[in-house]
Design a protein around this ligand. Structure first.
Ligand code: MN
Ligand code: MN
Length: 455
């Protein structure tokens, strides 16, 4: 045997997935995904989009306690921010779960946000999730969310997405006067309380009073939505990049978009569920609050998921413990793609290479795998066999260089329930930036991997 033959037999190699994929299928999936992404910027938006898709595929809202039967297709909406869709399999099948999240880093509007200074009206913001603050200045921002008035009326707000809409804007200092700012670290150059959003500039026509620009903004809000300043107290308003998802590059290999993390896994998860034909029970989770630790009653740490499994156990005629012991889960979350421009942040042998397929992170966490659930080799082995059988191009990866930083996903909260769980998702460039980048080949192989898992 020659060295080349022996290498082909023995070496582990990654390969660009575009080479082995059907270009038309990859592009068509990318088009569908871009439409999903544009409609799903916040978790509330994403739940609305998911419900619409689920209903189009014959899913109906689950009524707690209802008797389930084989073939039932159901969904649960939790507080408009967290979504579960599930399809009931045979009584001797197992439960397979794909869990992604639909919240993305952004700027939340504070509860008393509106003020006027220097002839400009602003909103104060409080950032949500891990952001590099300087990236959020001087870009077009859209306002999404809900205001609940004192009378209980819920008012949906969406400004900045439609052609002709105004957008919102955060200033930065001009280079001519930035000598002091330039001496600061990136983390300090723009600080959290600098993230003030321009929302107005025309004074109400009455020269005897003060705060007339603020007044005029409130008048516009009152005229259009019927709410007053105090109504911000019971509002959830989010500033998100106003950008639409777009192809990138002469060959359109990539998609730039806001919120790939983690909608680039949520969408393939939903599609794989809708296309699933096996006899297993499948649950797709679109979780909220992953970016701030999966907390609260819409995050993955909420007991609702365990409650759902208890309901499924009734269908199977087993205990919840018995059901969970056999269940399997892909924690569908993004990872970092190797960025040659910042090569020193990665350890290339174990980094996710762009376009080399969906990545499996056996573990996440920081330092000595701290905070990670670390999937078992036996479970990874089972998945390898499935992916091989279906010809799925995938790769193993770690987030970055050991001890440089780290991150977590929902995996550990599901693993804690005694469920075999591993992270699997699309490698992203510029993760958590207002406009992130992914490869269409990685998106498509993510869908193929989820489909193979659910088979
Ligand atoms: Mn994520
Ligand atoms: Mn994230």
């Amino acid at each position: 045997m020659t060295a080349k033959e022996l290498k082909d037999k023995l070496f582990y190699r990654k390969a660009n997935a575009f080479a082995s994929l059907n270009a038309d299928e990859v592009c068509a999936f990318g088009e569908d995904y871009k439409a999903f992404l544009d409609d799903s910027k916040t978790e509330r938006d994403a739940v609305r989009t998911a419900v619409k898709l689920a209903r189009e595929h014959g899913y109906k809202e689950y009524v707690w306690g209802e008797t389930l039967k084989k073939g039932d297709k159901k969904y649960i909406i939790n507080r408009k921010k967290n979504f579960f869709a599930f399809k009931i399999g045979d009584k001797d099948s197992i439960v397979k779960i794909v869990a992604s999240h639909i919240d993305s880093p952004r700027l939340d509007v504070k509860q008393n946000p509106l003020y006027e200074d220097g002839e400009i009206a602003y909103f104060k913001t409080h950032y949500y999730g891990g952001i590099k603050k300087y990236q959020w200045t001087t870009i077009p921002l859209a306002l999404h969310g809900v205001v609940v008035r004192k009378d209980g009326e819920e008012i949906d707000v969406n400004v900045g997405e439609d052609a002709g809409d105004p957008v919102f804007y955060i200033t930065d200092l001009l280079p001519h006067l930035s000598r002091e700012q330039n001496e600061k670290t990136l983390a300090k150059g723009i600080e959290a309380e600098n993230l003030n959003v321009v929302v107005g500039g025309i004074p109400f026509d009455d020269s005897d009073e003060s705060n007339l620009i603020k007044l005029n903004v409130l008048k516009a809000l009152s005229d259009k939505y019927g709410f007053i300043e105090e109504d911000f107290l019971s509002a959830e308003l989010c500033l998100v990049p106003a950008y639409k998802a777009q192809d990138v590059g002469f060959d359109r290999a990539s998609i730039a978009g806001y919120g790939h993390d983690d909608k680039v896994c949520s969408y393939p998860a939903l599609r794989a569920l809708f296309d699933q034909k096996s006899n297993d029970t499948v649950v797709v989770i679109l979780a909220d609050k992953e970016e701030i630790g999966s907390e609260g009653n819409t995050g993955m740490q909420n007991a609702l998921f365990a409650d759902l499994l208890t309901e499924l156990a009734v269908y199977y005629g087993v205990s919840s413990a018995q059901l969970r012991a056999k269940a399997q889960c892909l924690s569908a979350d993004v990872t970092a793609a190797f960025d040659p421009t910042f090569a020193q942040a990665f350890e290339k042998n174990n980094a996710s290479l762009y376009s080399c397929g969906v990545t499996m992170n056996k573990f996440t966490g920081a330092g000595g795998k701290s905070g990670s659930s670390d999937a078992a080799a036996e479970f990874v082995g089972k998945l390898r066999a499935k992916f091989a059988a279906d010809g799925v191009v995938w790769q193993a990866g770690e987030l970055g260089r050991t001890d440089l930083g780290g991150g977590g996903t929902v995996a550990k909260y599901i693993a804690k329930l005694n469920i075999d769980t591993v992270d699997m998702g699309v490698p992203v460039l510029s993760m958590h930036a207002p406009y992130e980048l992914i490869s269409k080949a990685d998106l498509y192989t993510c869908y193929q991997a989820f489909k193979a898992f659910l088979k």
